[in-house]
Each structure stands twice: as structure tokens, then as C-alpha cells.
Write a protein that binds this ligand. Structure first.
Ligand code: 3SK
Length: 513
């Protein structure tokens, strides 16, 4: 494990402490066409911290929601809220009012900092909320043209970060789980540093010369680690893209000579094609792939084209970040590697006992970070005897390498996003044309998986393209649009158990559409 002082504030450690260590003039963040040094970031976050305390009465322990796409202002808001001892909940821009309300209620959020371009859905949520009393807008384009920014301009660049304890909760990472009912995982100030001091130091060997790029939203702990904590912990730079499509990432890698990329296999497939067409991605020294199974052909093609391995890893919001990974000098195709320093892993059977090598079972892991659900009965199902029992099925070979077999749950992973089938079903069922439905993941060349909805129509509705479009638009309107069923098929009935429960596993992917 790692030892940290009893009084520890991760927001301070990633800003002012870095200036004190001599990184003040180095670039910390690149975004919205501007570079910001560590000194500028420290000053910016200190001004914001003053606003939070003096103008909005944020107290240590208050839960503060941040709503934004990936940009420097979001990172600054997160660091400032962390400095004042708040518990931060980062959220994705695509979330709708209903999804935000679930988060606000679960985490009892009192304050929200919101990119002014994304205010509508949050305002709808706030109007109906008993908890959310204060919503403040910030300028995600970094032109300082919103309430939070204007107030900050008046403040001092010096702020004494709250002396939080190393075991005080700093972050709530939300995960929708298989039922679609969100769970919040609590992470301490020390956890935020431990993922950098473990994975980023040991596996990536991050140096101040590194320039990070990637696609995961900062609202996922995968993105927050890879695009904020890791670079800032080591005096490196992060490039932040509001739209991290593969072409945009390719452009940024070439423009800034980025060295470390965090994204999903589907984006690496596009990068391989782009290299064939002349793109120069030779600056990348580390290509981290997680969130989806890495197909061996992509892994092989990457090595062939770049001469460097792709680093496949497995992480979880519950564990904060990656805990099993390949290494630059120790990697194999179709293999997720070995536990990251500080973590132990084993594969267990239904009785909780370790299974023989080569046998598929549930992956259990323990280490410096671990699952603490906020007020949730599901804690007992996830953590047993100090071991975190993940939702993934793996086998361990004779040499101790872990091999992914399947997800144990109903989660559909599409282009790196986790989509809970039941949530999509609930959205479909709220449309009058749907009498019954079930959602499954089906293989897809470009996205790994896509959502396929099997729908039994209500009387009077036609099984045609118009209805499909209407259902897709409806889902996009009620939940985050990335969750919509890209494939919709109609059927007369759904397979059910004798007690009437829908048997999703009995649904076969349909390609006749
Ligand atoms: O694989 C994931 O789902 C994940 C989640 C959180 C942090 C990191 C990763 C890779």
C-alpha cells in the first residue's frame, strides 16, 4: 500500500503542491485552444474555492454536483470543490433531468456547478428537488463569462485548502448497475492519489514530459484518473476535448505530440486506419485500452504498426480505476495481465473459494482502493472478507495472468459506455406504442456491442420504420442519448419463465433487420 499523511487534500496536492515542487511554469491543461500552467491552474482553483465558500456557503462534506463535458473549467471546478472539502459528483453532459434527479436524491446534493450551455435539464431537476438549493453556472468555454467566473475574478489567488483527512470522502462515483438503479461509490482523498501512485507510476511510468489525451468523460472515474489525476500528479499535461471523437483525438495527438492515450478499442481501430492513411501517431508511447474487451486483432495490428504494445486493463468505478493490467514489457494477446502494484486478485467459485487455475469464475480483488457504496444494501454482495467481488468472469492461467471470459451482469458495453439494459427497457415502456420489451447487447463491428430492443407493440401501432424512429427518438429524449437502441426488432411475444419473468438470455440477437 501507500502511506499518506493523516491530513490530506487531493485538490491541494494536484495544484498548489505541484507549484511548490517546481512545476508552476509547466503546462497542466490544454483545452478550448489554450494552455494553462500549473500556477495558473492553482490560482484559478483558489479563486473558485473562495467563491464556493464565501458566496455559496459550501461547507466541508456538502455534496457538489458538476455537470460538464471534458474541458479545463470542469477540472478547475472539481479541484476547487475538492479543496474546500466538498464531496464531488461529476456528471456527464448527456444526462437528462430524470437521471440527474436520481443522482441528486441519492447523494443529497446541495450545490451544482453547471456549464451554462447545459443548464436546461439541471434546472428542471432542481425545480423538483428537495435537496438541490444552489445551482451556479460556469463558462465551459473558459471565456469567464458566467456567474461563477465573474465572482472568481474578484477573489484572491491564495486559498488555504481545507485540512481534510486522508480517509474523508472526496468523490462519489456513480455507476448505474444492472438494475438501472444508480449506486454511488465513495472514494477518499487518499484513493485519488493511490491510483496515480499505483497504476500511473508503476504501469505507465508517467513523467513530466507526458501529454495525455483520451475519450472517457471526466464524469467516469476512468476519465478523471486518466485525464486529470494522472497527469497532474506527475507534472505532466492533459489535453481535454469536449468532443473526443476518434478524428478529434487523432488531430490532437498530432498537434501536441501526445504520448499517452486512454480510450476504448473501437477508437484504436479508427486510429489504425488513420495511420494507414498517413496520420502520424508516433508520439504515442502508451495506448491504454479499457472499458471493453480488447480484440486480439486490434492488439496485434497495433504492435505491428507501432512496434509498441497496447496496454489492456480492467478497472471498475467501485475500485476507482484500473487494478489489473498488462505491462510494456509483459503483455499477451487476449489477456488482461496481472494485478497492479498494491492489488491482489483471485478467481473464485460460487462458494467463494478460489477455483483451480484455468477455470472461469468471478474476479475478486483487494488493494488500496475498494468499494464503499453509499447507503446501499448491495455493499454486502460486492465486498466480502475484504475482497471486492467484481461483476466480471475471468480465469487465471498457470503463470498468474488473467483472461477475461464474460461480464456476469446484464450490462451492455457499447463504445466504452456502460448501458444498463433495464434502464433502456423502462424508457421504451414509457412510450405508448410499447406493450412489452426486453433489451440485449448484440455484437457490433464498430462499437463492440450495441443495444438491441425486442419490442411487442401495443394494439394499433404498426411495425415499421416510422415506429422504430419514434421509439429511438423517445429513448434519446428521456435518458442519455448514447443509451438508445440502435437496433429495434418487433416480436409477437417475449420468452418468459413460468412466473412471468422475461428471460433475456433466451433472446437471440436478430440480424434480419
Ligand atoms: O473498465 C471500467 O469500467 C473502468 C471503470 C472505472 C475506472 C477504470 C475503468 C477501466
Amino acid at each position: 500500500g501507500f502511506t499518506y499523511p493523516e491530513r490530506l487534500n487531493a485538490g491541494f496536492e494536484l495544484t498548489d503542491a505541484m507549484v511548490a515542487k517546481g512545476f508552476g511554469d509547466r503546462t497542466a491543461l490544454i483545452g478550448n485552444g489554450r494552455r494553462r500552467t500549473y500556477k495558473e491552474l492553482a490560482d484559478w482553483t483558489n479563486r473558485l474555492a473562495h467563491v464556493l465558500v464565501e458566496d455559496f456557503d459550501v461547507k466541508p462534506g456538502n455534496r457538489v454536483l458538476i455537470r460538464s463535458a471534458n474541458n479545463p473549467a470542469m477540472v478547475a471546478c472539481w479541484l476547487a470543490a475538492t479543496k474546500v472539502g466538498a464531496v464531488v459528483v461529476n456528471t456527464m453532459p448527456m444526462l437528462r433531468a430524470g437521471e440527474l434527479a436520481q443522482i441528486v436524491d441519492k447523494a443529497q446534493i446541495s450545490h451544482a456547478l453547471c456549464d451554462t450551455r447545459l443548464m436546461d435539464e439541471l434546472a428542471t431537476c432542481a425545480k423538483a428537488s428537495a435537496f438541490l438549493t444552489t445551482v451556479v453556472g460556469f463558462d465551459g468555454t473558459s471565456n469567464h463569462d458566467a456567474e461563477l467566473d465573474r465572482l472568481a475574478l474578484e477573489k484572491s489567488v491564495l486559498f488555504d485548502a481545507v485540512q481534510t483527512g486522508r480517509d474523508d470522502v472526496a468523490l462519489l462515483g456513480f455507476t448505474s448497475g444492472t438494475t438501472g438503479t444508480p449506486k454511488a461509490t465513495m472514494h477518499f482523498h487518499r484513493d485519488l492519489l493511490a491510483i496515480a501512485d499505483g497504476y500511473a507510476r508503476e504501469v505507465l511510468n508517467v513523467t513530466p514530459e507526458d501529454i495525455f489525451v483520451g475519450s472517457p468523460p471526466l464524469a467516469f472515474t476512468f476519465g478523471l484518473g486518466g485525464l486529470a489525476v494522472f497527469p497532474l500528479r506527475f507534472g505532466a499535461a492533459a489535453t481535454l476535448l469536449e468532443n473526443a471523437s476518434p478524428p478529434n483525438m487523432i488531430e490532437i495527438i498530432q498537434k501536441y505530440r501526445a504520448t499517452i492515450c486512454f480510450t476504448a478499442p473501437t477508437a484504436y481501430r479508427v486510429m489504425l486506419q488513420a495511420m494507414d492513411e498517413g496520420a502520424d501517431l508516433s508520439s504515442l508511447r502508451a495506448a491504454v485500452s479499457a472499458g471493453e474487451t480488447l480484440p486480439a486483432p486490434i492488439y496485434d495490428a497495433w504492435i505491428e504498426k507501432t512496434g509498441k504494445p497496447m496496454l489492456d486493463g480492467i478497472g471498475a468505478t467501485e475500485m476507482l480505476h484500473i487494478f489489473v493490467s498488462n505491462r510494456f514489457d509483459d503483455h499477451r494477446p487476449a489477456c488482461t495481465g496481472k494485478p497492479v502494484g498494491g492489488y491482489e486478485a483471485k478467481v473464485i467459485g460460487p462458494d467463494g473459494q478460489e477455483v483451480p487455475r484455468g477455470t472461469v469464475g468471478r474476479l475478486a480483488v483487494r488493494g488500496p482502493t475498494g468499494c464503499r457504496y453509499l447507503a446501499d444494501d448491495r455493499q454486502a454482495g460486492y465486498v466480502f472478507d475484504g475482497w471486492n467481488i467484481t461483476g466480471d468472469a475471468f480465469s487465471m492461467d498457470d503463470d498468474g495472468y488473467l483472461h477475461f471470459a464474460a461480464r456476469n451482469d446484464d450490462m451492455i458495453v457499447s463504445s466504452g459506455y456502460n448501458i444498463a439494459g433495464p434502464e433502456v427497457e423502462a424508457a421504451l415502456l414509457s412510450h405508448p406504442a410499447v406493450s412489452e420489451c426486453a433489451v440485449i447487447g448484440i455484437p457490433d463491428e464498430a462499437r463492440g456491442m450495441i443495444v438491441q430492443a425486442h419490442v411487442v407493440l401495443a394494439a394499433g401501432h404498426a411495425a415499421n420504420e416510422k415506429t422504430i424512429n419514434a421509439l429511438q427518438d423517445h429513448v434519446k429524449a428521456v435518458i442519455a442519448p448514447f443509451k438508445y437502441p440502435r437496433s429495434v426488432v418487433f416480436c409477437d411475444a417475449l420468452p418468459k419463465t413460468q412466473t412471468g419473468k422475461i428471460q433475456r438470455f433466451a433472446l437471440k440477437p436478430r440480424t434480419d433487420v
